[in-house]
Design a protein around this ligand. Structure first.
Ligand code: NAD
Ligand code: ZN
Length: 358
């Protein structure tokens, strides 16, 4: 198909306190006594008041998700196997957390109905069967995972998402009040994922009016929150949640660019997390995104954020080559950033120099 036929999330609830409507939302989606499984970010494991708001019924279960590492295919497969052994069928999977937990929920939902290992489905349109009903509930804003058609997984040979029309959530619940406890540095790193999505989409060759409308709005919201406001408040949480949504919509109909392509290499080799990894790379991309990088540096300064430096300084040639291969394997990202001739522009030698500066 020449024009992308973009599969979207089916239902969206927005508003402070909307989380408490979850029981009503789930009721019609329950199949007999097959349980709903709630994947909850480990941050909430000892937050009794929050856990008491999770609408458990019958055999429903809360599974606390360890987010020390970003989701791995082997963890997805393990959780799927355990759920199938314990329950056979489930009515749905609800992911409550950041990009890591939402991606885990998407992946396990798909793997409840698709045979084999999630590693077999890393790529584009390899998933052939709809997963079980799935709901995404962000508790930290920025990744856009709530609206995207992918769930990023680290597998045996690569870090790549399960991109498919079956991947988007059936329902999302956008309740900004759930994000109020995020620690400021983490909030910044994940928010910058959104800001970088916007810059990469708006400066990319794939840009169109659809992506531009969402990208401009999301970027404007990020700048308002991080450059104009002097104090973090509820309004900032509300706006950042909508920036994340709009930033995700923007890249859904275009693509990300240099920062993401380079940071995927860091993530694969060093396990650098997505938000902070994008910041480490974007900080050095003034030649590709001069205005965006300048604004980014202003935000870093205003919020007293430390961007790690020198993270590649002790790496071997072999390790650089691994990162370069992972990164140059992300062809659509480079093509969006640099155009059809990207291979002549971003040579392995030039990329090596860039990695050496990080
Ligand atoms: P995360 O999910 O790893 O969470 C970051 C930290 O914030 C964790 O320590 C978590 O416990 C904590 N946290 C979450 N909610 C909190 C709250 N309300 N209060 C206090 N602490 C809280 O981080 P992230 O940046 O949201 O997500 C990164 C992941 O998202 C990566 O795995 C990346 O690959 C993925 N990602 C996916 C997409 C997509 O389209 N599917 C897009 C971008 C990134
Ligand atoms: Zn991102």
């Amino acid at each position: 198909m020449k024009f992308r036929n973009f599969k979207m999330v089916d239902y969206v609830v927005y508003g402070n306190g909307s989380f408490d409507q979850l029981d009503e939302i789930l009721a019609p989606k329950r199949n007999g006594d097959a349980p709903m499984i709630f994947f909850v970010d480990e941050y909430f494991q000892d937050k009794k008041e929050f856990l008491s708001r999770v609408p458990l019924r019958g055999k429903d279960k809360i599974v606390i998700i360890d987010v020390t590492d970003e989701p791995k295919t082997k963890t997805v497969d393990k959780i799927r196997d355990e759920l199938q052994a314990e329950f056979g069928q489930v009515s749905g999977i609800i992911g409550i957390g950041g990009g890591s937990v939402m991606d885990m929920a998407k992946a396990v939902s798909l793997m409840m109905t698709n045979p084999g290992s999630s590693a077999d489905y890393q790529g584009w349109d390899l998933v052939k069967v709809a997963g079980v009903y799935k709901v995404g509930i962000p508790t930290i804003s920025g990744t856009g995972a709530e609206v995207s058609r992918t769930c990023v997984l680290t597998g045996p040979t690569r870090k790549l998402g399960m991109n498919s029309d079956f991947t988007p959530f059936d329902q999302i619940v956008l309740d900004p009040s759930l994000t109020s406890t995020v620690e400021p540095n983490q909030r910044f790193y994940t928010a910058m994922d959104c800001f970088i999505h916007c810059v990469e989409s708006l400066e990319g060759t794939y840009l169109n009016a659809f992506s531009k409308s969402y990208g401009e709005k999301a970027q404007e919201l990020c700048e308002e929150i991080f450059l104009q406001k002097d104090q973090w408040d509820d309004d900032a949480d509300e706006k950042l949640m909508m920036a994340s949504y709009a930033g995700g919509m923007s890249i859904a109909y275009s693509q990300v660019g240099v920062a993401h392509a380079v940071s995927y290499g860091l993530a694969y080799l060093l396990g650098t997390k997505h938000g902070i990894g994008n910041c480490i790379v974007f900080d050095k991309l003034e030649e590709f995104y001069p205005e965006g990088v300048e604004k980014f540096k202003q935000m870093v300064k205003k919020h007293n954020i430390t961007i790690p430096q020198g993270i590649c300084k002790n790496l071997t040639d072999e390790q650089f080559d691994i990162m370069i291969n992972v990164s140059l394997g992300m062809a659509p990202l480079w093509e969006n950033a640099l155009g059809k001739d990207w291979k002549t522009i971003m040579t392995p030698e030039r990329l090596r120099k860039l990695y050496e500066r990080l």
